[in-house]
Ligand binder design. Structure first.
Ligand SMILES: *Cc1c(COP(=O)(O)O)cnc(C)c1O
Length: 345
């Protein structure tokens, strides 16, 4: 790996971050008249903890990660954007990512005017480290890997991911948005072994809180410190921090949701298999199934006419003819299956 100083944009390396009132004073005083807050309307009158230590401590305990190795963001979208802004000089540096994958990496790269290089997965959606590393040049700062991958649903070959971590001298971002639905282990267990590893997780999927907008990035404390320098000072509001503390105490309930969704994933796959319009169901380590059907556009239209909205992935590379179907409640899944039975091609 190159040194962080060699990888980071010079302007960001030299940046002196905004210092808020809450950064400068830590402790328990009697009167806070340092931040021009209104004394009325407690508790919302106070600026929230810019570093969200209480929430991080709780996540740290559950995931066995040091709190200083955690960044919280407004969804995973925020750390994706922060990584690009921290490491990639516009029109100079580039990003390498697998294709197909989650759309936000490219959108964020485009917004930041950073070149985005796509490396196709194989026809069975497998990752080739050699192909990814072949796309790298001296201006490649980041590699995005999503595993389990969206929209394909599969966990990518771990040995290939390790080859990329070992063979690339920049940062490797492994997006684990769906890890809680996977039978495989998270890369968080090897965080200490790879200083160039950044792992993304989110409260949007297994934790059932997409509406709250809370994402996590895990990395070395040096990389996290760098991202802290450029994030908005109060990026996680008080309501979200309070909610997250409460949600993290409901881990047992979350595990039960996951258990039920995995049973449903198996059941839905089996029932889909018996439909003639379904040609192939791809293996899934996530809370959705990628399904190759007889005529994706036509089926998408007929499903939406019946009030059932799936994700049409027909125009996505390697996903021609495919619909992506999220696993819902048992009742919702039955409605989806019934609507599929009503399709007339
Ligand atoms: C859904 C999803 C996310 C979650 O994004 P948030 O901004 O945290 O809601 C992240 N990565 C992938 C691959 C996803 O599919």
């Amino acid at each position: 790996m190159k040194t962080l100083k060699e990888l980071v944009r010079p302007a960001i390396w030299d940046l002196k971050p905004y210092s808020s009132a809450r950064d400068e004073y830590h402790g328990t005083a009697t009167v806070f008249v340092d931040a021009n807050e209104n004394p009325y309307n407690a508790p919302y009158n106070r600026y929230p903890d810019p570093m969200q230590w209480e929430v991080k401590e709780k996540i740290a305990q559950q995931k066995q990660i040091n709190p200083t190795s955690i960044l919280l963001g407004n969804g995973s979208d925020e750390p994706i954007d922060l990584m690009i802004r921290a490491f990639c000089t516009p029109r100079v540096d580039n990003i390498v990512a697998i294709d197909p994958t989650y759309g936000m990496y490219q959108v964020s790269a485009d917004i930041n005017d950073v070149a985005y290089r796509k490396v196709p997965l194989s026809a069975d959606f497998e990752l080739s480290a050699a192909a990814v590393l072949a796309a790298v040049d001296e201006h490649t700062k980041l590699i995005f890997i999503c595993s389990p991958n969206n929209p394909t649903g599969n966990e990518l070959n771990r040995a290939e991911i390790y080859s990329i971590l070992q063979g690339f001298d920049g940062m490797v971002i492994v997006d684990e948005a769906y890890i809680d639905f996977s039978s495989h282990r998270s890369f968080t267990t090897v965080l200490d072994a790879y200083p160039n590893l950044v792992i993304l997780q989110t409260f949007s999927k297994a934790w059932g809180s997409a509406g709250v907008r809370l994402g996590m990035a895990f990395s070395s404390k040096e990389v996290i410190a760098l991202l802290n320098k450029i994030k908005y000072p109060y990026n996680i509001n008080q309501l979200t921090q309070a909610y997250a503390l409460e949600l993290l105490d409901r881990k047992g309930e979350v595990d039960e949701w996951i258990r039920i969704l995995l049973i449903e994933r198996t059941r839905v796959a089996q029932l889909l298999n018996s439909l003639t319009i379904v040609h192939h169901i791809y293996p899934s380590d996530a809370n959705f199934l990628l399904v190759r059907v007889a005529d994706a556009d036509k089926i998408y239209k007929q499903l939406s006419d019946q009030g059932v909205i799936v994700r049409n992935r027909n125009s996505v590379s390697l996903c021609q003819g495919c619909l992506r179907i999220t696993i819902g409640t048992r009742a919702e899944n039955d409605i989806v299956l019934e609507a599929l039975k009503n399709i007339a091609l």
